[in-house]
Design a protein around this ligand. Structure first.
Ligand SMILES: Cc1cc2nc3c(=O)[nH]c(=O)nc-3n(C[C@H](O)[C@H](O)[C@H](O)COP(=O)(O)O)c2cc1C
Length: 274
């Protein structure tokens, strides 16, 4: 039975923050000089950006990395909507989250291909799952390309307006046909702060099983992770808490569930190209 967010003593808080700060990627020494590996392992989500604009060529290369990502049967079940600070303001009436200079809304798109190919008829859950996977790969390609060009980013599902939890609002705002659904917003910019520490990651032996059998995670390891997450959250955002952040998600999740269901699964959406 799952419990709640733990309440930490000051001693537990300090100890946990110390452990987070000591966390490092585990790289065999012989591979430590590999530049791409270093970029992947040292990537961090950043939430503070310099105000200077991203070089246009660099931003174009980031989008190109998304375009060339792998996808199921090369169906490319995605649509990207890039924004500048100005176009975002016109669309949403606010700054890009974390005052980043650039954002891309990534949409799952099982609508486009249906114009020429009904690849998975009457299988909305499969189609949806494939689109989520494909968009996630495009997102990660953009993210890694950005890192390689010195551009930091964070993927967002909750932005107040432009994320997965505001699917219904975005459908209207962006004029999305059935079968096109928001998945995430990535915001990009040159780093405005130093690289944050690595958040607590579960040890490999708890998530990777070599004997072809699933194993339950050690409850003590899981509880330890939750304690570190709670401490890390407080350390990074003293005026908030992990509990408060979860409450934001919980307050929107019921509506999002309904909106996404109608955008993806309802029969009328599937008749567009029939
Ligand atoms: C699909 C997805 C959605 C995310 N949504 C949010 C979000 O709404 N707000 C936020 O601050 N971070 C968000 N993140 C960033 C995660 O919090 C971050 O990846 C995680 O804490 C691990 O940190 P790291 O990326 O530095 O390894 C999201 C990440 C992913 C992959």
């Amino acid at each position: 039975m799952a419990g709640g967010i733990p309440r930490l003593t000051i001693k537990e808080f300090i100890r946990s923050v110390g452990r987070i700060l000591a966390g490092k990627p585990q790289v065999p020494p012989a591979l430590a000089g590999n530049e791409l590996l270093q970029i992947i392992l040292n990537r961090r989500s950043l939430r503070s950006f310099a105000s200077r604009p991203i070089d246009e060529e660099a931003f174009a290369a980031i989008l190109e990395a998304g375009r060339l990502a792998p996808s199921t049967v090369n169906l490319q079940t995605w649509t990207f909507m890039p924004f500048t600070a100005e176009t975002w303001r016109v669309c949403f009436g606010s700054s890009i989250p974390f005052k980043a200079p650039r954002a891309v809304i990534l949409l799952g798109d099982i609508h486009r291909c249906r114009a020429v190919l009904d690849a998975f008829p009457e299988s909305p859950l499969v189609e949806y799952t494939l689109a989520v996977m494909n968009v996630s790969l495009a997102a990660m390609n953009m993210n890694i390309a950005a890192e390689a060009l010195g551009v930091a980013s964070v993927m967002l599902s909750e932005t107040g307006r432009s994320g997965l939890l505001d699917a219904g609002y975005l459908k209207e705002k962006l004029g999305l046909p059935g079968g096109v659904f928001p998945l995430m917003t990535i915001v990009f910019g040159y780093p405005g702060t130093a690289q944050p520490p690595m958040p607590p990651k579960l040890p490999l032996d708890q998530i990777s099983f070599t004997d072809g059998r699933y194993h339950e995670t050690d409850p003590a390891v899981l509880q330890d992770w939750l304690v570190q997450m709670t401490a890390g959250y407080k350390a990074m955002r003293p005026s908030s808490s992990m509990q408060a952040q979860l409450r934001v998600y919980q307050s929107k999740i019921g509506r999002a569930e309904e909106d996404l269901h109608s955008m993806i699964f309802e029969a009328e959406q599937r008749t567009i190209h029939e």
